[in-house]
Design a protein around this ligand. Structure first.
Ligand SMILES: Nc1nc2c(c(=O)[nH]1)N[C@H]1C(S)=C(S)[C@@H](COP(=O)(O)O)O[C@H]1N2
Ligand SMILES: [Mo]
Length: 161
């Protein structure tokens, strides 16, 4: 099936993150599912906009599943040797807001150790109003851009030259 076929685009379900595109096993995780995997905790941080440098607010410690663990479960295709090294992941929210990660960044730099899909903040469950689930990249210089509220999809794309 052509991957741009509308039928290939998963339905957006509140609180569910679907992993689709160039994964070996496309799958979805609800907030409850995310809690079954090993968790990582982020440090509290100041949310500051990249575009305006505006201070938004201080955010308490998030807890969530590591994005690279979830990508590992969905798996990358192995038919073409080395293809994984030109794979990117688009993290998209319900409102269409989207940011990218490269395979190298997640699996071959310290950034990947700190990218989580958060379901808890300051020891309390995050609710839908607060934007759960929230994708957060804890090693970024300015955290707001890759602080994606209402995360709904992780799309894998193998880039062609
Ligand atoms: N889903 C979603 N997440 C998002 C954005 C957005 O438009 N949609 N904007 C980002 C940017 S650019 C900023 S500055 C902050 C704004 O955070 P706030 O909405 O809590 O003020 O959210 C980030 N996460
Ligand atoms: Mo921003």
């Amino acid at each position: 099936m052509d991957r741009l076929d509308a039928a290939a685009v998963p339905q957006i379900i509140e609180g569910v993150v679907s992993f689709d595109g160039d994964f070996a096993r496309p799958m979805s995780f609800s907030v409850d599912d995310l809690q079954r995997y090993a968790s990582a905790q982020a440090d509290p941080f100041d949310l500051r906009c990249y575009t305006t440098n505006r201070f938004i607010r201080t955010v308490d410690a998030y807890r969530g599943a590591l994005l690279k663990d979830l990508i590992g479960l969905a798996g990358l295709r192995t038919e073409v040797p080395g293809e994984f090294k030109r794979t990117i992941f688009i993290a998209a929210a319900q409102d269409g807001y989207a940011v990218t990660f490269s395979w190298h960044e997640l699996f071959n730099t310290p950034v990947g150790e700190r990218v989580i899909v958060a379901y808890e903040c300051g020891g309390k469950p995050l609710n839908a109003e607060q934007g759960a689930p929230i994708l957060f990249s804890g090693a970024d210089i300015l955290p707001a851009p890759r602080h994606v509220k209402r995360l709904s999809r992780i799309v894998a794309r193998v880039l062609a030259l």
